[in-house]
Design a binder for this molecule. Sequence first.
Ligand code: CA
Length: 227
Amino acid sequence: MRLLVIEDEFKLAAYLCKGLTEEGFVVDVAHNGVDGLHLAMECDYDLVVLDAMLPGIDGLGVLAALRQSKQTPVLMLTARVRVEDKVKGLQSGADDYLVKPFAFSELAARIQVLLRRGRPRPADSATVLCLADLEVDLLRRKATRAGRRLELTAKEFNLLVLLLRRQGEVLSRTEIAEQVWDMNFDSATNVIDVAIRRLRGKLDAPFERALLHTVRGIGYVLEARDE
Ligand code: CA
């Protein structure tokens, strides 16, 4: 999947590029509307993240020009919450909106929704989550494998639930840090790795079949693989 980020704030653009690359996307970045529009017209992106306030042509201008020939999904970033801006943007063909400042996980989640639009999504209302012989009861905060109770700390339990809810999906350290620790990536790298190691010691080590897998350079995934 190939994404284009059009954002004139260099630090934010770099942060988004890094995070989205970790999510497994190929990411191009443009720092103004003219370059962004040019790239979006030339290449077939799966999705464009478009800042509303840009030097030169602004986000709405880019969107209007793009929509004359392309239906690429567009997620707009805006610093303004004004309803008329939102209406104008959606009329111009934006597929979704995110108001700054936002959490990276929120952006990643919305991108996934846009990319999957039309596909059925798993229910979020289940109170017992399962994978192979692993069973997690959210109400009782109890995790078992093959009927044996796993003694997890609160953080380990939350980490397991996140991985289990998104089973089969590779989660980056950035996203895990935001979702479970409410921290940003830079300060949390080692924390995540240590927590994963501890969780693995309880979840996988005593059992024959491993469920928690490392995807090198990207992150972690919980899934039952055929041995
Ligand atoms: Ca801007």
